[in-house]
Design a protein around this ligand. Sequence first.
Ligand code: PEP
Ligand code: MG
Length: 595
Amino acid sequence: MAKIDPGADVRIPDRAQRLKGLGVSRGVGKGTVVFLPSPAKSQLKDHLDDNDVNKEIQRFHSALESAKQQLLQLSRETDEEDHHSAAEIFSVQLLILESGFGGNVENMIREKRVNAEWAVNSVFGELYSKQSSVANENFREKYLDIDDVAVRLRRAIRGRRTAVHLGPNAVVVARELRPSAVIELSRFNPAGLITEIGGWTSHMSILAREFRLPMVTGIKDPESLLAPGEIVVVDGNTGEILLDHELHVVGKRPSAQDTSSLRHRNYAAPVMTRDAVKCVIKANAEDPEAYRQAEAMGARGVGLYRSELLVTQDGALPDEETQTKAYSEMASAAGEAGVCIRTFDISPEQLGNNADCVPRNPALGLRAIRSALSEPDSFSEQVRAILRASQTGKIDIILPMISNIEEIRRAKSLIFEIKAGMADGERPDRDPRIGVMIEVPSTVLTAPQIARHVDFFCLGTNDLVQYLLAVDRDDDSVADWYQTLNPAVISAIKIVLDASAAAGIPTIMCGEMAGSLFYLPVLVGLGAREFSVNTTSIEPIRNLLSGISASDAALLVSNIQTCETAGEIEERLREYYQKHWKDLFPTGLLSSRIL
Ligand code: PEP
Ligand code: MG
């Protein structure tokens, strides 16, 4: 469960009527409701005469070319405007267009003698349904990109450009927003965005944050709750929509500065708490450029490289050469600070050729280390790529979803066998350090034994909370049970940190919890000293770490350990922060609900 830091000051009367959703982009905006209709998907099917087929194929190809040009231009423009995530999304969409679907559409027109719009609908529709049924949220979300590309293509076939127009202070309401719609909407500077579906990691939310547009998702059936032209307030900090016309909103958008107090700008110096306890901040990154930005803000090394993000749009695993290149580039960007590459944390149904075999329960199925050990070919290929790339820089290996020591033994012996069998020119001098993701309760309970077999722990709190509390991290309907501050989670983290300290190995905290200011002092108090976080969290957590003392945090933790529920812990933390560290938190964070 990802959390955001509220920023704007808002004065909202209690009597305001509210709708509750999930805030995914900070800030508060007041404006007029405008519904954005979903692009029409239904198309008429035309049967072509034999002599019209080639003409139709030509019509499709010129539309394809025009859609590519549009995406290329959008990617360039957004990149020049420094909206790099947006540029990346358009590049991904361009790749979708260039990845062979054009051939499928052409074949369909030729073989079935149907019009181009119909063929685009069928080919992309199939891909769309496969992708939208994928269990992993990060992969599933790509279906919106596929849809986005299909809409652009259909419009190009009909000779129209994708375009939206908004008046001033619009609050855009839609079932969901395609990435390019957010980008086009951002040009009109809407007061806020409201959608029915979507989560923190959806592309539309990432873009809303990038363009600093307040956004709330999870408002079910908005058409029955809101009326076009109605004045509402979108509170991206609390996830609320306020339906009162007399609201006073103070401080509308978060500015670039209000995410942190920017106390410390000497990023070359190590991060120290006030009582001189040294902490290390690393980046969760898969792209060398993203790491360079993180490094400029004070990150030292990549603590989590999620290698499964190299899997292509159509679910193909990258080959050994592609992996070697990607890992080498990252290793040379990270230099001496090094990269921890996590081997594929993926399940077979996330790969294109297996999309039909969705396991009954993907989170508990044949995934991550289990699929690596049961199909060692792709694991071996990945390990070879990592070892070859290790000639460029310092790379360590993280094994995902470990649940017992046999898995570690088998994976390690495969890794060292592969290394021993490599040709002299390819074999790195240094042995990789091997770490494990600690995210399954069995590894928590056996952490002292596991510590004897590995060089470091990576504590993945996103999955730890999921597996410990038996709550699907991707399922909205159980979000209230996903309690990061549940006393069991606190105890589990303590067991792991104590075990690693006793064994003299580091634990890198790498889930979303480490990047949240509200949770960070708890982790410090439990003994965490290494944090691997997303780029946007680096500066705020650096500032907070420099402002607190580790011994106070430890006292705070012993204080909350007497609490029986997550709610009590949250309340106690809030009181403590208000009283002792108020100035270290962004305005608003301490007054909004965290759990
Ligand atoms: C985690 O589970 O906390 C983690 C860092 O890995 P992921 O979010 O990729 O599962
Ligand atoms: Mg995980």
